[in-house]
Design a protein around this ligand. Sequence first.
Ligand SMILES: [Zn+2]
Ligand SMILES: [Zn+2]
Length: 235
Amino acid sequence: MAEKMLKIDPHVHSNGISHCSHVTCEEIIDEKIRLGYDGAVLANHCQAWYYPQEEHGAFIERVIEDFARGKAYADKKGFRFYLGLEVTLDEPHYADWLLYGVTEDFLRKTPCLYTLTQKELFELCEENGVLLVQAHPFRQSPCDPNFMHGVEINCSDGDLDKIPLVEEYAKQHALLITCGTDYHFVERTYCGGVYLPESCHTAVDMAKYIREKGSVTVFYEGKDHEYAPARFVKK
Ligand SMILES: [Zn+2]
Ligand SMILES: [Zn+2]
């Protein structure tokens, strides 16, 4: 029998870290369970206007602490909670980057991530088995397709009409497509996400699964969507 697939929202923000979020980890988990999800990736913001570079270490400890509290709550509810991060870079131009497959160790040992260029961040991700996905690439414009693993279909208000652009861009450059809701508020109930097998217990499992398959089944607007494997897939 095929393994059970879990509905995951790989892009949520908690107010313990993300200033723009109105929800705690516990509220996200309760609300996502109510909406029929089995899990979420906590991808809190890491950006220059949150803290000066020299406080990166302290910031990361707060990110880890907030996640750990959410994870403990999620475990009690039988909900999967994965560690992630959304880093804002200025090079080659302003853009947001979702990191899938990070560990606490990766976050502690890497330099202040928002100071890197896209190429530097991509190389760091490659060395550590992390997937680098440009969040909502058509809010600004897509960065260099050679230094990313994928692009995101973002299910928030202003982004749904950009789905065909994301699909076309991914096809053109053989990139991975992910889908997330960019969840910040309880009253926003956009539905979208990715399917992961039950065997994905951590963000590292998630990244490994996607790397081996080269793609992930996504869902949005009530339908499932399959895309061709990205060029990074192991042959
Ligand atoms: Zn935000
Ligand atoms: Zn976000």
